[in-house]
Design a protein around this ligand. Structure first.
Ligand SMILES: [Zn+2]
Length: 180
């Protein structure tokens, strides 16, 4: 950011206590913090939590996670439910934050959540989505777009889930080790 987004004046830097040097607009007399987009990405599970929803969008044939931008004033958790509803016609519950990553190409902070759909019915999918399908958790890492942020989030989710299973006891450990 070289210019003030309010008045267009060139930015300088000024010391801000506890923050260090921050970009500053002398004309407005205001600090100007970085501006970026914020979006949510979702590991959507089927009701039995055995399958994950992968979609294809924008005419591309790569499988990705459902995602969308957060509206101004909207809570991230609401954006999760809204986007899944808008794109797939599914209601979700058990919305849990997983992790975040900054995606430089689109200047977007991506917040990844997991959630559980109330149905596997994909008949209410909108034309924002080209294809959508449920993939067994064991198959999804190979089916998702390689070297994508979506793959990164999915792998983290499965890794954490496997770790949780180990903590819960030996019986479940066996089940989830096969999944890894
Ligand atoms: Zn200004």
């Amino acid at each position: 950011m070289k210019f003030c987004y309010e008045c267009g004046a060139p930015l300088t830097e000024k010391y801000l206590e506890r923050e260090g040097m921050v970009q500053y607009c002398p004309a407005c007399g205001q600090f100007r913090f970085p501006i970026y987009n914020t979006a949510v990405s979702m590991v959507v599970l089927n009701p039995a939590q055995t399958h994950v929803l992968l979609i294809q969008q924008y005419g591309r044939t790569r499988n990705i996670l459902v995602a969308g931008y957060i509206n101004r004033g909207e809570q991230a958790e609401h954006a999760v439910a809204r986007e899944v509803e808008e794109e797939l016609g599914l209601h979700v519950r058990e919305i849990n934050f997983q992790r975040s990553r900054f995606f430089t190409p689109s200047n977007t902070l991506m917040l990844n959540f997991s959630c559980v759909a109330d149905s596997e019915d994909l008949s209410r999918m909108t034309d924002e989505v080209d294809r959508a399908a449920w993939f067994p958790l064991a198959d999804a890492p190979d089916a998702i777009a390689p070297n994508s942020l979506a793959q990164n989030f999915l792998n983290d989710f499965l890794h954490n889930r496997a770790g949780q299973a180990r903590a819960d006891g030996p019986q479940q450990t066996e089940k989830f080790q096969k999944m890894e």
